[in-house]
Design a protein around this ligand. Sequence first.
Ligand code: NDP
Length: 333
Amino acid sequence: MSKKALIIGVSSQDGSYLADLLLEKGYTVVGTIRRTTTYSRENIAHLAGKIGIEAADLTDGESIAQAIKKHHPDEVYNIAAMSVPADSWSHPLYTGEVTGLGIVRVMEAVRHHAPHARVYQATSREIFGDIHAESANENTPILGNNPYGIAKAYAHMMVKSYRESYGMFACAGILFNHESPRRSLHFVTRKITAAVACIVNKVSAPPLDELGRPLVVDGKLKLGNLDAWRDWGYAKEYVEAMYLMLQNSAPKDYVIGTNTAYTIRDACRIAFEHVGLDWQRYVLSDQQLMRPTEITALKGDYSQARKDMGWAPRVSFAELIKIMVDADLKRFR
Ligand code: NDP
């Protein structure tokens, strides 16, 4: 009989790639989405009829418990979160409720209704905060410095606590930034690649940014700190690591990254050069879009994941940005 996976937050970038991967592996896949009155979910449109859907919210423990009771999954992937670090300063309580406490509701539901199930939690590199080191591994101290990173740190430690207290198979992937054509427009890489496409295709009504302004105004894209460094990988490859973690013989947390780092300036240069444009003519830095605190340039040392599971990134940063530009050129015609 095929294994059954429950993906909490299936409409996300990662949830949708994970569903693709698990279907390829022969799983029965059920995904949760938040109940809303509109059901336009671009990331999972291609999965219609291939996966089951349940409405569940991480703030509503009963809805999570119902999904787990009904489906008795073998594997539960908690992908959902208030996932935008920059928004966490304006929504610190909601971030704590969803990104911090959400996984506790999942762990309680699994403990009571499907104790055999293996659980994956989406931890973030943001738990390390402003640590001054070249790279981070599984032993790096947790020094989160924004509401999102601190909520993720709490969630991360609760997963460890359930593992140790109840012997549950629960583990967390400490993932560095990962992007794709399915990345939400809240994030800088997608803003850049969508803006390139809107400029090249002369789109008259570009999508709106988080301040409700068109992403491109008078041919210019406004971003925050262009000198921020990130370790960026390809989401499609990162979901493979999530799956591999739940196939291990024992639960263990892993850092997943590329062990490289680039600036936002680099992302702009690669994206605009890909269509033959000079980024400096199109990109401005806007104080309103700066984070109150920045995280340091830190690379994700994935050597433990490579050693134990054979996982390693394959797509380079430049290739990733080009994949995203090409997808947005098609999307924004
Ligand atoms: P996305 O931003 O694409 O998606 C977040 C998902 O969470 C959406 O499906 C959203 O639903 C759902 N969600 C938000 N609030 C709730 C709630 N209260 N109840 C249920 N679902 C909710 O995420 P990514 O795919 O980029 O990331 C996946 C996970 O990995 C997240 O937990 C993120 O924090 C974490 N992570 C991501 C990294 C990255 O670089 N992408 C790096 C490290 C960690 P809706 O569509 O309705 O808004």
